[in-house]
Ligand binder design. Sequence first.
Ligand code: NFE
Ligand code: MG
Length: 568
Amino acid sequence: MTRITIDPITRIEGHLRIDCEVEDGKVTNAWASGQMWRGIETILQGRDPRDAWVFTQRICGVCTTVHAIVSVRAVENALDMEIPLNAQYIRNLIMAAHGVHDHIVHFYHLAGLDWVDIVSALSADPAATAKLGQSLSGYRRNSVQEIKAIKDKLASFVGTGQLGVFASGYWGHPAMKLPPEVNLLAAVHYLQALEYQRSANKIVSILGAKTPHIQNLAVGGVANPINPESQSTLTLERLYAVKAEIDKLGEFVNEALIPDVGAVGALYADWTQYGKGITNYLSVPDMPLDTKGTKFELPGGYIDNGDLAGFRPITSHQDAYFRDGVKEGVKHAWYQYEGGDQARHPWDGQTNPNYTDFQDDGKYSWVKSPTFYDKRAQVGPLANVLAMYVAGHEPTKRHTERLLGIASQVAGSQIPIDALHSTIGRTAARAVRAAVLYESLQNQWQLLMDNIAKGDFDTYNRPNFPKGEVRGFGFHEAPRGTLSHWAVIEDGKIKNYQAVVPTTWNAGPRDDNDQIGPYEASLLDNPVVDPELPLEVLRTVHSFDPCLACAIHMVDDQRRPIVRVKAH
Ligand code: NFE
Ligand code: MG
């Protein structure tokens, strides 16, 4: 038996350590450990709830907006507020743009290089690459000229001997299986994707005043005054600037991202057999369409044990089924609950650090272990796509079937929807969700325009804080999955605040019953051909798009500052 320690995992946000035991070329046991601690929940105690969102969006430098929006939702829920329609649509546009941005970056810039060999791309023939691209979609930028220009750029870059962002990849690894032309096509789109992610971010910054860390929220709505006649407000000119950026995204998401993920997935079809892990899937509905948060554009809900037929929807921002099901445990995390370490509902949650060093059978992570009705749950685009699919959401069905169709065409055999319960399936679900969110952007923009055209310029309702205690929760289907914030407010001040974050759900260590978490479970039975170069472990971990800054919301400066892969 060999034990592998990868610390930290790179191409993620924050500090994650993964340990695996490998026997006969397969992972037989795994531990996921968050290696940083932050104290945002503690900082919030005693503060004005109207300020919480400004602090919480500093939880992360990647998914900043999501913590801002969920925070105002949690306070609005505690006050039982209604939110003007314009404010809902503006928030929805920001969330959808942020999601498209995140999913593009995940495939091309974070996870793709686990599958795509940049060095092999240099031996590809540009004409054959263009032909391959044209067989997959009508994407305008798969021309021989553009592909050749980018190949020459890559070659001169590599020729200098300074690989920059491409340094330290597992180039030439035996688990890298794509032909040079597929590698080149993906490398071309890697560089083009940098332009498209900027368009998505521009939408966030026009509406949110800046990104990362938007400035336009308020408990009760948004701080974007709407007045078609005034240059200092959200004008039609600005709204059409948003529309221009939205329009640019469709071509790339539909004609590059979906076909690329379909083709790469098909050529790694063996990876539909690995990485299934926990198949209790949790997601929440999003893009509210009314002032009360009872109607949504995108469905969400819970799927138990992979059984799509047993899907249970979550239906409102007041949903009691969601509200009552969430707990967080610390039996194996570096925290201590006063009154005993058994899992607690977030309104009764505590954040008291208790570091013990890494104990295989004890505490070994700064990430808590969330549960839904005492079960582990996987969150993320896969959970959400499965929920939207089974709920009959038409765009989700259409994009899922298109992606599976492209994969089946490349594989030469029918790839069923069951293939999604896997490492490659999690990656595919992100592409589907990007296409769904692109349509949502178009839809939300039109809803906003139509509502303004009716003469409704409202964007804000003033909150009133009662004497005594009120409790609230807010949720959002963030790029990495279900995010919720929980606030207890007393006499208008925060008494307790807990964030239960997507990466906390997925990266959490063993729970109160010593059940392993989603990352850990998905690593079991993964192949590892060379323990010194554990590319396969990275594939499965990256398929979740880890964000430890979110999950743990001070890095110990004495701990290993550089990547360490240790097989012992
Ligand atoms: Ni920091 Fe996050 C998302 C949130 S993490 S990236 O999506 O919330 O899990
Ligand atoms: Mg928390």
